[in-house]
Design a protein around this ligand. Structure first.
Ligand code: F6P
Length: 365
């Protein structure tokens, strides 16, 4: 059965970009245009474009040839929320709730539903709109893989592949120079990227936020490898990892952003400590936004296409306010509001942690 009353939909990409966004836009637009003859409006720069009424019609031509393209053709923004829109008032920045303005533009552009491609912050904004009667369908995006309700987000596989490639490359130079190399990867408060890239690259030490580490144990591991003739070690550290009893290292604070903390710098600290304590030359590397850019790997293109297609299919089946998710090997959907402001961290009993321990990986505990 195809539901009545859905003729024109808006689509936006919000939050940090990640590989596969364009593949979702393509799948949403092509399914909407080709199968259901809907109109589709691309909203620019995430919720900022909705606040500023910046949107344009998407046709087959505008979404052709973008499957493999990194970034997002619509643009994005990870600082703006309609409930907290910064305005210059008497020379000062003040925050105003401009949700009503968004509702007016949704109505004046005759949008019957919104497809929101984003992470936890974007789903919190979408939840606000749902409570005000707007039908939002969420598609989970983030390299961090930390969105509640789905086993996997698109973008994660590409980030893991980029980080693994970097760790592999660092491995050979570390071995040649008999050094320790500390590679800091992204992931916010979750250790998914570090855990997967660390295991895939055979890193000797993996440090994740979910397991606060003891630097003595980390240094013991490096030294014991050295005693066994392994004069180099590879440490894969998540940006959110922290010393036992310590705090996460903050790289910058952006007070205009709804999520103002940007993590970063733990790799440098760990490298300094390892070098001081073991007297083995140690170099830190931060991968940063390299993990978010460029062409999505095949698995992310497939997932993004499945997610985008599902978003339109469930909309046309009459579903309202759902989040498309992957459970096991099935693409399904849950109430979108369930994912609002929740993070999915690595469980301490995760089989990959156990597998790592079994093959001799040190987690610093
Ligand atoms: O959520 C994706 C992510 O890349 C995190 O891994 C990282 O902590 C953050 O975004 C960086 O944000 P920004 O692009 O604002 O520096």
């Amino acid at each position: 059965m195809v539901v009545d009353g859905i003729n024109r939909i808006g689509i936006l990409t919000a939050g940090g970009d990640c590989p596969g966004l364009n593949a979702v836009i393509r799948a949403v637009a092509k399914t909407a245009l080709r199968k259901y003859d809907l109109e589709i409006m691309g909203i620019e720069d995430g919720f900022l474009g909705l606040i500023q009424n910046r949107m344009k019609p998407l046709d087959n031509e505008s979404v052709s040839n973008i499957l493999t393209l990194g970034g997002t053709i619509l643009g994005t923004n990870n600082k703006i929320a309609p409930r907290r829109y910064p305005m210059e008032i008497d020379g000062k920045t003040e925050f105003r709730d401009v949700t009503d303005r968004c509702l007016e533009y949704i109505a004046s552009n005759k949008l019957d539903a919104l497809v929101v491609i984003g992470g936890d912050g974007s789903m919190a904004i979408a939840s606000d709109f749902i409570r005000l009667g707007i039908n939002c369908i969420g598609v989970p995006k983030t390299i961090d893989n930390d969105l509640y309700g789905t086993d996997v987000t698109f973008g994660f596989a590409t980030a893991v592949s980029v980080a693994t490639d970097a760790l592999d490359r660092v491995h050979t130079t570390a071995a040649s120079h008999h050094r320790v190399m500390v590679v800091e990867v992204m992931g916010r408060n979750a250790g998914w990227i570090a855990l997967h890239a660390g295991i895939a690259s055979g890193s000797d030490i993996i440090l994740i936020p979910e397991i606060p580490f003891d630097i003595d144990i980390v240094c013991d591991c490096v030294e014991s490898r050295s005693r066994r003739g392994r004069a180099f070690s590879i440490v894969c550290v998540a940006e959110g990892a922290r010393y036992k009893g310590g705090k996460q290292v903050v790289a910058r604070v952006d007070p205009t952003s709804p999520d103002p903390i940007r993590l970063g710098g733990i790799g440098q600290k760990v490298a300094e400590d390892i070098e001081t304590r073991t007297e083995i030359e140690t170099r830190p590397i931060t991968l940063g936004h390299v993990q978010r850019g460029g062409t999505p790997v095949a698995a992310d293109r497939v997932l993004a296409t499945e997610f985008g297609n599902k978003a339109i299919e469930i909309l046309m089946e009459g579903e309202r306010s759902r989040l498309v998710v992957m459970k096991g090997r099935t693409v399904t959907h849950i109430p979108l509001e369930e994912a609002e402001n929740k993070q999915r961290l690595v469980p301490l009993v995760h089989p990959l942690i156990q597998a790592g321990r079994n093959v001799g990986t040190c987690f610093g505990d």
